[in-house]
Design a protein around this ligand. Structure first.
Ligand code: ADP
Ligand code: MG
Length: 225
């Protein structure tokens, strides 16, 4: 048994991400002040508070809808409540992960990794960013790839999520020296170098909280089983 991603686990992840965004609201805004318009923290906080309100609200109705319905609700909420570049991009990410996850209430690590890859593809289709454009893609793409690689090598869920979070952190830090080629920061040209990308940073929080929550409700991993 290598562990499964459950609907409860996904809901716990979303709550933890919302909490991490709220805690880091000022930090994300400071990063955006340096190379953007100082609204990434407030954008993401507004969106994730709305998400928590929807998934835990009286009309949530996600209990029977599976992981896909839950994540599509998240995507639609972000698209409708977050302005700027990040809203539609994170919205697309969750919509595509949800579409790939489908109606299942539990996903294997390999299925979860494939769903995340679909989410990253969605972000790239929408925003046209490639690796090293200094965006959230620099965090999301290596993380999804690390998750798939871990799944393919037979790693357990907790270990795979740790590897994905480590790849995310590395990708985030790697944005510091880059010159932005997409989004508002690209208007700064060379002056965008030397600053960590705000979207890459919120995406790291997303992968970090996944490692902290997604494996928690899964059946225990039996070494060598
Ligand atoms: P805005 O730039 O409209 O103010 P935010 O400040 O909320 O929106 O989000 C900025 C972040 O969005 C950037 O740090 C970057 O990571 C991400 N971003 C911007 N444009 C793109 C794009 N085309 N593809 C992927 N990510 C992007
Ligand atoms: Mg901004």
């Amino acid at each position: 048994m290598s562990g499964i991603v459950t609907q409860e686990g996904v809901a716990a992840w979303l709550r933890a991400f919302a909490e991490a965004v709220a805690k880091n609201r000022e930090y994300l805004t400071e990063l955006d002040a340096a190379i953007g318009d100082a609204d990434h923290g407030s954008n993401m906080d507004r969106g994730m508070q709305a998400v928590v309100g929807r998934i835990d609200g009286p009309s949530a109705g996600t209990a029977g809808g599976g992981v896909g319905a839950l994540l599509k609700l998240v995507g639609m909420t972000l698209v409708s409540t977050v302005g700027g570049a990040a809203g539609p991009l994170y919205g697309t990410f969750f919509l595509q992960v949800g579409k790939a996850a489908g109606e299942a209430t539990e996903l294997t690590l390999a299925q979860w990794a494939a769903a995340l890859e679909a989410g990253v593809k969605g972000v790239q289709m929408r925003g046209k960013a490639v690796l090293e454009d200094k965006t959230m893609v620099d965090t999301l793409m290596p993380a999804a790839q690390a998750l798939s690689a871990a799944a393919a090598s037979g790693a357990g869920l907790a270990e795979a999520l740790r590897q994905a979070a480590a790849a995310a952190e590395q990708g985030m830090k790697a944005t510091i020296p880059l010159i932005a080629r997409k989004g508002r920061a690209s208007y700064l040209g060379e002056r965008s170098a030397g600053h960590q990308d705000p979207g890459a940073t919120s995406s790291w929080l997303l992968l970090q909280t996944a490692a902290e929550t997604l494996a928690a409700g899964a059946p225990a991993e039996v070494p060598g089983a």
